[in-house]
Ligand binder design. Sequence first.
Ligand code: RAM
Length: 495
Amino acid sequence: MWNRQDLISKAEKLKPELKHMTVRPVFRDGVRTLESETSIVLDFGNHYVGYFSFSASTEGSHQDAPALLRINFCESERELDEENDDYNGWISKSWIQEELIHVDDFSALVHLNRRYAFRYVKIEAISLSSKYNIVIEDAYADTVTSADDNSVEVFGNNDLERELDKVSIRTLRNCMQEVFEDGPKRDRRLWMGDLRLQALSNYATFKDFNLVKRCLYLFAGCADDEGRIPACLFISPNIVGDDTYMFDYSLFFIATLRDYMQYSGDEESVRELLPAAIRQWELSKERFNGEDLIPDSDEIGWCFLDWNLDLNKQAGAQFVYIYSLKALKEIFIQLNELERLPELEEEIEAKTNAARKFLWDENKGLFVSGADRQISYATQSWAILADVLNGPQDYFELMNRLSKHGDTCPMITPYMNHVYVEALISAGMKEEAYIHMCYYWGGMVREGADTFYELYDPNDPNQSPYGSCTVNSYCHAWSCTPTYFLRIRHLTNGE
Ligand code: RAM
């Protein structure tokens, strides 16, 4: 077992300085005065992460009763109209960005201690008294990010591409704090699946290699006693691995390490982290049955792939495993660590053969998953990225058959849509990939998004895996990849 404490110490030395900037809002409709049971909205003009303060005076008679205020922080305009009290989803209500405060007198600045993610701040006077009103004199946010705004300029060949790029960068920027957070509204922690995609967009834009390195060291440092890497880490008050493990997320340590190696060229760190990568292979391998097939499971969250609760994960898991082993092979070759290469190659072959034997539906010409032989975008996309057939022509045909297939389990997150676009590119379908990017992420742009969302289903604006979209996050790291597609995959229309 590697020295976990040593890796965490190394990661802590790479902790970035947060950059602060003070930002002031405009008062919607110019209204600054609050009577009892009225509210005002402050618009900061863009999405920010930070700390909010305001000063106010009173008008009328002397303040003869405390002010009871409700302050709501909203990432998107739609949150301004949410009925937070009606929330009955299954994750904690405490994620709703709302404060109920009493202010006894307004002679001092009112400062809120929690960090929030927002563009809009709604201040509602739940109760004052009939003898006084409040006038907001000043309001500002002390905003934070570890990203360097000066290091990147917006790119694109037309207005939509530039918007996609700008919104991606804003999303990534606001998730770049002491680690790559998944979302500054929720869950504010370091998730492996999100990190993999953030790192790719970061290589295309800010090129903060140290922040990726820090996160990789943290993950390896937080492995459990067996060496298994958790799905996510808590950063505060101390760095701790969550006791949640997901088959695909543990494996994504390998691909994230491979990508870091390729973009940064830092082989020394990759060599140091290689034992942790190999261990993810060994541990995942234990899950397979004697016929080299990953058994399906009812355990919720055993493998993630997407937030669609109807999605069967069996085939996707098999393909993510093969994809990850191929990434490991690239690391072995690049570092000239060839001792276990034959064993790795045999494993890739065995799992590929099993996939073709047990997961392929000859009649439909598509891969199936689980006892009900489900057909999904996730399964086909990961089959292509794992490269289990014979190259682009096969994948082109697979994707064509998929587009004509009637009952396909859909995708609901930008995270899964990223995988789909990658798969289209690998199938040689760049034009379709471009069209899909413009349709899907462009849909959020058309809604006026400053940052890309955690969940987005163009056909269902109320989509949420949490039982209510009140707790959905509207600045979510895993959705920031159009900038990667535009800049690294050259997914532009070239105008
Ligand atoms: C959600 C988080 C995170 C994701 C996990 C699997 O709770 O938003 O981004 O990686 O799910």
